[in-house]
Structure formats: C-alpha cells, structure tokens
Design a protein around this ligand. Structure first.
Ligand code: HEM
Length: 229
C-alpha cells in the first residue's frame, strides 16, 4: 500500500509544483508582454501619433511588420509556458492542440514580421544586430514548424524536444530585456551604447538565446536514460 502511494503522491505534488512555476512564469512575463502588445497595437492603429523610432511615415510595410510582430510576440511570450504544463495537456488535450497551433502560428508570424523589418529597414545596431536577430527569427520559425510537424506525425519525443526549443526562443525576447536590466543595474551600462554598438551589445545580439539553447541540449542529454544494446 505504502509502496503504491509514494510515487502517486510525489507525482501529484510534482504536477502542482510545475503548475505553480508556470503561473509564476506567466506573472513574471506579463509586464513585458503587455508592453509589447500595447506598443504594437498603438503602432498598428495610430502609429503617426506615436513617438517611436519604429514608425516611418509612408512606409507601411515596415511599420506593419514591426508593430504586428510586437502584438503577436507579446501574446506568444505570455502563453507559451502553458503548453508545458503536463496536467493541462493530459486533462484537456484538445485545448493543448488548438493552443499549440495558435502559438506556433504566432511564432511563425512574429519571426516573419521581425525578419521582414530587418530586410527593409535593418536594426538600430547594424550588421551584427541584424545577423543576431535574423538568426533568432529563423530559429523561432523552424522550431515552431518542427513542433507542429512532429505532433502531426505522432512522434511525441521529437515534438517535445522542438517544443522545448520553441519555449526557450519564445521567451528570448524577454530574456534580452532582463539581461539589459541586470547589466545596467550592475554596471550603469558599461560597454553599451545608445546605438547598441558597444561590446556588451554585440554579445547580447546572440547571448539572449544561444547559451540557453545550448543549456537545454546539455540538460536533455544529461537526463536521457542510458539505453543498453
Ligand atoms: C518572441 C517574441 C517577441 C516579442 C515579444 C518582441 C517584442 C519586441 C519589442 C517590444 C520591440 C521594440 C523594442 C522595445 O520596446 O524593447 C522589438 C523590436 C524588434 N524585434 Fe522583436 N519581439 C519578439 C520576437 C522577435 C523575433 C523572433 C525577431 C526576429 C526576426 C524580432 C525582431 C525585432 C527587431 C528587428 C526589432 C527592432 C530592433 C531595433 O532596431 O531596435 N523580434 N521586439
């Protein structure tokens, strides 16, 4: 009796703990998500009244691309943690599937919007920032497509792997702001310039997602069960 109850109780507490972590993540992501969506919606509705360097008069393609990506990206950042919650996935699989399709669609369009903006206007930081953000966008799009592809093929182990990569990339934009917040609080902006061309800025162009993807791969390999042939 005791032997049977042990794992059940610990599984249940594990699920509750994961649920709490996910709710906490959503609360933490909320301010950035709201900032992004609000800026994007204002930009789409009345960009000419907005004092923003992302608005260029008469260049509606670039305006729509950047402000649209902010709206969808904000939505993606906020809701992507929910997809990782096993309890919700098991209890409401249809919700998981529809939410997943919606979020993967948002991820692709966010990436496409960002890439289109880079192509027509470029970033404030120049070539290295263009490269870092373009790679970020490409990886986000690939991860979203792979996540859906493997789900449709019922290859759930691969689906999970790509979904985790997609999660890391989806919160990458928030991580970027956290890195800057912490760095400015600690160093008052050492090696960072208003045009994002300082040494810290150059590293940041890739450091908000690549190290986290590497950490995820290390974690995946570390916890993989050893298969004896
Ligand atoms: C994942 C969700 C994302 C969110 C929530 C998001 C949000 C934002 C926001 C709010 C800004 C305006 C700057 C600011 O207020 O800090 C911005 C700028 C920008 N984002 Fe995103 N973004 C996301 C993903 C992406 C992706 C995947 C790309 C790459 C293709 C991208 C490319 C850009 C570019 C190029 C800029 C302008 C950079 C500049 O010149 O300052 N974003 N983003």
């Amino acid at each position: 009796m005791h032997k049977m109850e042990g794992p059940v109780v610990s599984n249940r507490s594990r699920n509750v703990l994961i649920g709490i972590c996910i709710c906490f993540a959503i609360v933490v992501l909320l301010p950035f998500s709201l900032h992004s969506s609000r800026l994007g919606l204002t930009g789409l509705a009345a960009a000419d009244t907005l004092d923003s360097r992302f608005f260029a008069a008469g260049k509606s393609f670039g305006n729509h691309a950047i402000f649209g990506h902010m709206v969808l990206g904000g939505f993606l950042t906020l809701l992507v943690p929910l997809q990782l919650w096993g309890t919700l996935r098991r209890r409401a699989p249809a919700l998981h599937r529809w939410c997943g399709r919606l979020l993967c669609g948002c991820a692709v369009l966010t990436g496409v919007g960002g890439l289109a903006y880079i192509a027509v206007r470029g970033t404030i930081g120049g070539a290295w920032m263009n490269a870092g953000f373009a790679l970020y966008g490409a990886l986000l799009i690939i991860s979203a497509l792979q996540t859906v592809r493997y789900a449709l093929k019922n290859r759930f182990s691969d689906h999970r792997t790509w979904a985790l990569r997609l999660f890391v990339l989806s919160i990458g934009s928030w991580i970027y702001r956290i890195h800057y917040g912490v760095w400015y609080a600690l160093t008052d902006g050492l090696a960072s310039t208003p045009t994002f061309e300082g040494r810290f800025d150059l590293i940041q162009n890739f450091a908000f997602y690549l190290p986290y993807l590497v950490a995820l791969e290390i974690w995946r390999r570390w916890r993989k069960p050893v298969v004896i042939a």
